[in-house]
Ligand binder design. Structure first.
Ligand code: E4P
Length: 217
């Protein structure tokens, strides 16, 4: 499973990238707002840190303007992945952009049939939003399973990018189902390493080691 970080916070991205944990980054208009920076400058900086795909989202809702924005965003760096919403215009833009050999992440996916359309439009990634479905009292993880089954049935190349991840358990379940990618907020990504027995065990080892009076090397 590839790990993308779901943030436009350059400091966090740098830290996680230095740990060797990042395969890519996803941003969206809300995350750009939170970063407090200019979309072009922030995105350019992120692309210079991370080698993998960096999703940058168009904000137009009509095909022509989406294509113009996609052009502008694509010029930022070679590893830009254009993010389009799951609408008819978004799907049309997806088909045209991927037809040019560029990567597209189709976002705001909340149903299996939407995901089927995105795959038919040649999407590089489909982003089903798990947490936002959970918020409605429905199990968002079921959608990941449905999409996986449909994509496997027809051998679609589109990668399932589990998005709107809120918990460590979301990551585990998405990985068990076989999502290709998880885009995870920085805090949740760091929380994946935590286990109380690891902390307790390390504490005991270090305490016993101190009693030996030895040094390595
Ligand atoms: C994905 O690319 C989206 O940016 C993101 O996962 C949305 O998550 P949220 O529901 O926590 O805003």
């Amino acid at each position: 499973m590839k790990f993308f970080v779901d943030t436009a916070d350059v400091k966090e991205i740098r830290e996680l990238n230095d740990l060797g944990l990042l395969d890519g980054v996803t941003t969206n208009p809300s995350l750009i707002l939170k970063s407090g920076g200019n979309i072009t400058e922030v995105t350019r900086e992120i692309c210079s840190i991370v080698e993998g795909p960096v999703s940058a989202e168009v904000v137009a809702t009509e095909y022509k303007e989406m294509m113009r924005e996609a052009e502008v965003l694509s010029r930022i760096a070679d590893n830009i992945c254009i993010k389009v919403p799951l609408t008819l215009d978004g799907l049309k833009a997806c088909k045209a952009i991927t037809g040019d050999g560029r990567k597209v992440n189709v976002t705001l996916c909340f149903s299996a049939t939407q995901a089927l359309l995105a795959a038919k439009a040649g999407a590089t990634f489909i982003s089903p939003f798990i947490g936002r479905i959970d918020d409605m009292g429905v199990d968002g993880m079921e959608l990941i399973g449905e999409i996986k089954m449909i994509y496997d049935n027809y051998n679609f190349d589109t990668e399932i990018l589990a998005a709107s991840i809120r918990t460590v358990n979301h990551v585990k379940q998405a990985a068990m189902i076989g999502a290709h990618v998880a885009t995870v907020p920085p805090a949740t990504l760091k929380a994946l390493v935590k286990h109380p027995l690891t902390d307790k065990g390390l504490e005991a080892f270090l305490s016993d080691w101190a009693k030996t009076g030895q040094k390595i090397g």
